[in-house]
Design a protein around this ligand. Sequence first.
Ligand SMILES: *[C@@H]1O[C@H](CO)[C@@H](O)[C@H](O)[C@H]1NC(C)=O
Length: 376
Amino acid sequence: MRRLSRKKALGLVKELDAFPKVPESYVETTASGGTVSLIAFGAMVLLAFFEFFVYRDTWMKYEYEVDKDFSSKLRINIDITVAMRCQHVGADVLDLAETMVASDGLQYEPVVFELSPQQRLWHRTLLLIQNRLRDEHSLQEVLFKSVLKGSPTALPPREDNPTQPFNACRIHGHLYVNKVAGNFHITVGKAIPHPRGHAHLAALVSHETYNFSHRIDHLSFGEEIPGIINPLDGTEKICSDHNQMFQYFITIVPTKLHTYKISADTHQYSVTERERVINHAAGSHGVSGIFMKYDISSLMVTVTEQHMPLWQFLVRLCGIIGGIFSTTGMLHGLVGALVDIVCCRFKLGAYKPKKVHPLDTHLNNHTPFFTENNKH
Ligand SMILES: *[C@@H]1O[C@H](CO)[C@@H](O)[C@H](O)[C@H]1NC(C)=O
């Protein structure tokens, strides 16, 4: 009984065989079939090869969500050179809560405003990259991926010893501020805290020395990641007037970056800028200086580097190989059938004179049209 059911099961499985064996003697190979097989095989190898490159490649996935982190501090990294003496300028941050943030993290370093030839070259390269970044957004992905491989984007040190006196002040370092909108500014005079905000002691500085020409070598928010180029990096502004106001309106987008090399909390930003000459007589009021108003976007971007999983790669490979195999088989069959039809219908008699009965030949050589004509 058991043996019987086993036999039955075996028989059932045999019935299900989707690959029935054709006896060797029935298999016929043709030249056209061989050519098609070769072509199909070539196509398979080529496509599988390309598919492997797709598998090797990675891409960036962007996700957006509301930023729920409201308690942490925001770090501002800054490196800016102003064409004024250090004792004449002061930098500080005033945030929306009207609290003055201690700017102890910043160092004031007397430097020469003009760049050395090497630095100039570096600066020009940076500007070129910035221009490309504005046109081609996918470049940013390459930068994300090459993070850490890249070197810091800070200006390299001078290679020469300048003989001219220091005429500028490099303000660099980092500050921690509250995660609310604020205003980072550099104006004349050192800031002195004041019960209602703060004031700058500007009375001692002559207007003739005002020169807010500046170069931003680095401005970023959050963790400092080498290799990322921020929109304002490399900005250089030369002013022709002593009383000039530069305004940068910055919107910061918190960005979490997860690549195969690093995971980091950083911030991207977009910026619009405005500059104008302060002339009280002409009705253009204000304070000369450099003002950076920043605001933090409530949306957070998560950028994740992704990769095709191995199983997906294998499934796609099977799809390619099986697909080409069956498609070429079908095409071959179809073309063969078409050729047969065309030959048999129109050219059979002309091309393949067969030894048949004379009466048949006579009939075959004439199309119905002619035979009908002959009747008339
Ligand atoms: C400010 O300094 C820059 C760089 O040294 C110079 O090119 C520019 O002419 C100066 N502007 C004024 C108004 O003095």
